[in-house]
Design a protein around this ligand. Structure first.
Ligand SMILES: [Zn+2]
Length: 112
């Protein structure tokens, strides 16, 4: 699938930014979808009204931002950055993503 991809750098990891529709599409694909969240121990910026959850791979506590809670397809997995990075290392085709809403609220949290 070819689409104009937007990328952001989150803690050294290249993360693709998807719209909500693209998130759902990716979650429905065979490879599934992992949404990247910051570990609570690593978070330098916490988006207001984030909720706590657990990485579905290593069980570390992570922050799930309001936009992620809203846009996350029910079949998507939540992973911490470290797990996302390690999966990406041996499966370069796996999708590690965040949503446009998350980027916007992180930018806002940083600028406040
Ligand atoms: Zn993890």
């Amino acid at each position: 699938m070819v689409r104009p991809a937007k990328h952001v750098n989150m803690a050294g990891l290249d993360v693709e930014v998807l719209s909500d529709a693209e998130l759902q599409e990716a979650a429905d694909s065979e490879d599934g979808l992992a949404i990247v969240c910051m570990r609570i121990t690593d978070a330098t910026v916490v988006v207001p009204r984030s909720s706590k959850s657990l990485c579905q791979r290593c069980q570390e506590p992570i922050w799930v931002s309001p936009a992620t809670q809203q846009s996350k397809p029910s079949n998507a997995r939540l992973l911490c950055l470290q797990c996302a990075a390690s999966i990406g290392a041996f499966r370069p085709d796996s999708q590690v993503t965040t949503s446009e809403g998350v980027i916007a609220e992180v930018r806002k949290a940083i600028s406040e």
